[in-house]
Design a protein around this ligand. Structure first.
Ligand code: SD4
Length: 318
């Protein structure tokens, strides 16, 4: 069995490429890196890689991680600027014995020495978004928009190896140096080939309070199906945050176990994700809440077309 699952519609093309690698007996590390790079390289996705939205100071600072579920190796970068593919730097770091999570300038130095491609990640389109947002913010009370599209994936190859990876520009208008859950093991991602893996998208500050990815893997270890594990972890933690803090940030989690079974849970409306397995051609699903449960339905062609149209629509300076 092989499989891959990923947050958001934007991962669909990458999931398709990963599926081709996996069905030919390829490695879960290569497949997931290829899939995430596809998202990082696409300039119209404004929350991952090239074209990602900048921080308060109009700099694109990126977070990414990679984990190998056989060895439990972890590599991650946070607040890194000007490199094309943070996920590949994270994967490279996962092979080091120490210094596995590097931030800012240290991460950039490492990437430079290792020969990774430098690239100015701030696109003209992202600059327009930034300037428009600054105008809106000066017109209103400051409430940074919580850009909400981190790519997080879990992958299983035919040898039973599992991997997980994330990549994000974090929150639009974040403070310089702000790091979310995506490069933090247990919060934004976790995988163990003996069990399965999980990955998160949402408000990092809240996802980190519950180490939600690890919690899902733990529940799968106790025998829960990935769908039950995701629903239980998200519902319980959402409730916990509401009780203690009056509100819970957005939280959407994807998971797959080492049999290729998968699950998704979210506390928002309109969450989309992409999945492919040996038994399932690459497909995009949308999640709805029905009687307190998460129900996944294939996205219609109309929805898919509209998604691309809005992402690529001309952007006007306000
Ligand atoms: C973060 N979790 O930096 C990321 C943002 C995100 O979808 O997922 N957006 O907090």
């Amino acid at each position: 069995m092989w499989g891959i699952i990923a947050t958001w519609r934007m991962a669909a093309e990458g999931v398709g490429k990963a599926a081709d690698i996996l069905k030919n007996g390829g490695d879960a590390g290569d497949a997931i890196e290829t899939a995430v790079r596809e998202v990082e390289d696409f300039p119209y996705y404004k929350s991952v890689g090239y074209g990602g939205l900048p921080n308060e100071e109009m700099e694109v600072e990126l977070d990414a991680a990679y984990m190998d579920g056989d060895t439990l190796d972890i590599g991650a970068v946070a607040a890194i600027r000007d490199f094309a593919n943070p996920v590949s730097i994270a994967r490279r770091l996962s092979k080091e014995k120490v210094n596995n999570l590097l931030v800012g300038e240290g991460a950039e130095k490492f990437a430079h020495k290792e020969g990774f491609e430098r690239k100015n990640m701030l696109t003209d389109r992202a600059k327009i978004h930034y300037r428009n947002r600054v105008k809106e913010l000066t017109a209103q009370e400051i409430k940074p928009y919580s850009g909400h599209d981190t790519v997080g994936m879990v992958c299983l190859d035919t040898k039973g190896k599992m991997t997980t990876a994330t990549s994000t520009s974090g929150l639009f208008m974040k403070k310089k140096g702000r790091v979310g859950d995506s490069p933090i093991a247990g919060s934004g991602f976790y995988v163990d080939s003996k069990i399965g893996g999980a990955s998160a998208t949402g408000l990092g500050e809240d996802v980190m309070k519950g180490c939600v990815s690890y919690e899902i893997v733990r529940l799968m270890r106790d025998g829960l199906h990935p769908q039950e594990a995701c629903e239980k972890a998200v519902a319980m933690f959402d409730q916990e945050l509401k009780e203690r803090r009056g509100q819970a940030g957005d939280m959407s989690l994807i998971a797959m176990n080492n049999k290729g079974e998968w699950g998704v849970a979210t506390n928002i409306e309109g969450f989309s994700f992409a999945v492919a397995t040996e038994n399932q051609e690459p497909i995009v699903y949308l999640t709805r809440h029905v009687d307190g449960k998460c129900v996944h339905e294939p996205a219609s062609q109309e929805w898919l077309d509209d998604y691309m149209r809005t992402r690529m629509a001309p952007l006007e300076e306000k």
